[in-house]
Design a protein around this ligand. Structure first.
Ligand code: ZN
Ligand code: ZN
Length: 625
């Protein structure tokens, strides 16, 4: 099969600089430089370029501000390099900015080369290199460089300590922390708090936090978010309330965003709602980024209604807010609403960026709008001068998969101007499983296994496909392959928040205190589901046991246990929100549809990829996920 020319053109099209005819401006250079810096902070390189082009004789500050605008957006390294080469006399600031850009774009070779060829290095150049290397996991190289810094300042110490924290090497982090000339440095102490928290050592984090002579909002953040992330949500919220009451420091937008992010990651809707209540009495409640954090929290915790409410209340909406709402709709399977909102945004003064298009394309995906998706994809370069990245290509592959155009999806992967992400192959594999195309499924699975040999996902999907085709020989072959590669199945785990506390269930769990009641409820449901026409799909159970045993194992999948527990712990008619660490399995997906019809409840199930809204026997994903 050959790919139509038009598709090829879309895929292979590259754009260079978009030039604007300079309009001579009467404003002083300083004012225009400030404007460029403003656009740089918002990551809006194009507007920055437009202002720059209006300056008749740009100063080095103008050049550097423009370079900063290009360096801050990922994927613009080539543009930044071209720009750098045009700067008449780059200074150390220009070099440092380009150095960060290399590191931001993971071009370590380029960064090393630039660093060693720099005519002058200041403390910032060394520090940028040390933290860039450690961020990329090259902690040994970072350490070597750190030792040779001629003019170490507090930032250098922070860079190396944070580097070790990031690498998970807390012993070395502590070692360097103890050697630092100023151990009372707030940034340094906060890095250590974050380190202790990342290892689950809340006790030592507390000790350090209590002993701090001064604390800023970042240290409070690290402590509050750390407690929530370590399952001590109540303690975290208590501390957060103390922070609000304290004279010492007031929560700022970034405090809020890290605390609300902790709630989102845990799907702790009730904690998030409490924070919303407290914040609504503070002046920062009107801050755009605080509102955006709140709306993201609601959306990620499964409550799209409140997310919409917060969005509607916002008097000023920046690009981040629009993106959060559009992707909220997309994740929840409300493709039409996402597209409508995008169209509304296009009519406003806010211009879409690369992230907007990921949200829009995935909205097209979730609702199967192939033609529209392709139209938006083309408009990225043609109308907005945004070069598609690997994530955008993955969405296009997904769109074709969903439309059943598997061969075409295969060619698109083949022609991608990027190394495809593992998720791209996993998308193709899922589609092959649904459409029962074993030939392409083998291809996708092989690629996935090459990239992640120990991840059981690919083998399980492939085996499920063969099981659904009753090809047991192949099921056995895939299982053998999986064993040979020592692939590990990540255990399925689901959780539900009831009255502010979390109940976590693992598949086959026999430890929950309400186990008997859960079993009883599940048994009752099973019977009523079967009466309504439900047939357990034993193809999803990959074990060598009899049918009866297989059915029991299916009944005890973590999401079913969490739902049964939710049903017995809440009043009739209340909707349930369940979260799962892995992709929801086909049998559970089918079973939940029956449960919503029988129990007359709405159930929201978030798996590792998306939200499934079940209502009256139907799922918002329309059975494609
Ligand atoms: Zn299941
Ligand atoms: Zn679904």
């Amino acid at each position: 099969m050959r790919l139509p020319r038009a598709d090829l053109a879309v895929f292979l099209c590259r754009c260079g600089f978009k030039t604007h005819s300079p309009a001579i401006s009467a404003a002083p250079v300083d004012t225009l430089n400030r404007k460029i810096a403003f656009h740089a902070r918002n990551g809006d390189a194009e507007s920055a370029l437009r202002v720059f082009n209006s300056i008749p004789s740009p100063s080095i500050v103008s050049w550097n501000s423009l370079l900063a605008a290009f360096s801050k957006s990922p994927g613009k390294l080539r543009d930044a390099l071209q720009l750098f080469n045009r700067i008449p006399q780059p200074d150390v600031f220009s070099f440092n900015t380009l150095l960060s850009c290399h590191l931001l774009n993971s071009d370590l070779l380029g960064a090393r080369r630039l660093f060693s060829s720099m005519p002058v290095k200041d403390a910032a150049s060394w520090n940028t290199m040390v933290s860039g290397l450690s961020r990329h996991g090259l902690i040994d190289e970072a350490r070597e460089l750190f030792v040779s810094i001629p003019c170490k300042n507090s930032v250098s110490w922070n860079a190396i300590v944070s580097g070790f924290v990031h690498a998970g090497d807390l012993t070395s982090a502590e070692d360097y922390f103890s050697q630092a000339p100023d151990k009372q440095d707030i940034v340094l102490q906060t890095a250590m708090i974050a380190g202790y928290m990342s290892k689950g050592d809340t006790e030592r984090a507390w000790k350090l936090f209590k002993g701090m002579s001064m604390r800023n909002s970042v240290s409070w953040n690290a402590m509050v978010a750390g407690l929530i992330e370590n399952g001590q949500a109540e303690e975290g919220l208590k501390l957060f309330k103390k922070m609000i009451a304290s004279e010492e420091v007031q929560p700022n937008p970034s405090t809020l965003s890290s605390v609300l992010l902790a709630c989102s990651n845990l799907s702790a809707l009730q904690s998030g709602r409490l924070i919303h209540q407290w914040v609504s009495k503070l002046p920062i409640n009107f801050n755009c980024s605080v509102k955006t954090s709140l709306l993201s929290m609601y959306s990620k915790c499964g409550n799209l209604f409140y997310a919409c409410k917060v969005f509607e209340e916002m008097s000023v909406k920046d690009i981040v807010a629009w993106n959060a709402m559009i992707s909220g709709f997309a994740h929840h399977g409300h493709g039409e609403e996402a597209i409508a909102l995008f169209e509304q945004m296009r009519g406003s003064s806010t211009k879409p960026n690369s992230i907007t298009f990921i949200a829009v394309l995935s909205a097209c995906n979730h609702t199967g709008m192939l033609e529209l998706g392709l139209k938006y994809f083309e408009s990225m370069e043609n109308e907005y001068n945004i070069k598609p990245q690997a994530d955008h290509f993955s969405c296009i592959v997904d769109l074709h998969c969903r439309a059943g155009l598997l061969q075409k999806a295969f060619y698109l992967i083949y022609l991608m101007p990027f190394e495809p992400h593992p998720s791209t192959f996993s998308t193709l594999l899922s589609a092959c499983r649904i459409k029962k195309n074993s030939e392409l499924a083998e291809f996708a699975a092989k690629k996935l296994v090459e990239l992640q040999p120990h991840n059981a996902g690919a083998y399980v999907q492939l085996a499920n496909l063969y099981a659904s085709m009753n090809s047991w020989e192949n099921v056995a072959r895939v299982r053998k392959w999986m064993k040979e590669n020592r692939a590990v199945k990540i255990p399925g785990c689901s959780w539900i928040e009831i009255n502010g506390s979390f109940h976590v269930f693992r598949s086959g769990d026999r430890v929950h205190p309400s186990l008997e009641l859960i079993d009883e409820k599940m048994g009752e449901l099973w019977k009523r589901m079967k009466d309504a026409g439900y047939v357990p799909d034993l193809g999803f159970s990959l074990h060598d046991v009899g049918d009866e045993q297989q059915e029991l194992m299916l009944m005890r999948h973590s999401e079913k246990l969490a739902i049964a527990f939710g049903l017995i712990s809440t009043s009739a008619g209340a909707s349930l929100r369940v979260f799962k660490n892995l992709r929801v399995c086909g049998d559970c997906h089918n079973a939940v549809k029956y449960i919503t019809a029988i129990e007359e409840r709405e159930i929201v199930l978030r798996d590792n990829a998306r939200f499934h809204h079940f209502k009256e026997g139907i799922c918002s994903c329309r059975d494609y996920w």
